[in-house]
Design a protein around this ligand. Structure first.
Ligand SMILES: [Zn+2]
Length: 73
């Protein structure tokens, strides 16, 4: 899992949308439209999924987390 990031169209800086997603699932998900409040501009930005990316800061540093207990019996 990672944080969904977008590029602020005003400042050009990456901002976190507050959404979390799996990178592969996000890439395969149908195009959607969302709105995120930007703390830099103090305004909402509208964005499409294809403009967003997943930021996974711990990807190379940590071993995969234990799978949650959702496996079929
Ligand atoms: Zn902004």
């Amino acid at each position: 899992m990672g944080v969904v990031m977008i590029k602020c169209p005003e400042s050009g800086r990456a901002i976190a949308t507050g959404m979390e997603a799996d990178r592969e699932k996000f890439r395969r998900s149908p195009v959607f439209f969302a709105r995120t409040f930007c703390s830099i501009c103090k305004a909402s930005h509208e964005w499409f999924a294809r403009e967003a990316w997943i930021h996974e800061p711990d990807e190379r540093c940590h071993a995969p987390r234990a799978a949650p207990a959702l496996l079929p019996a």
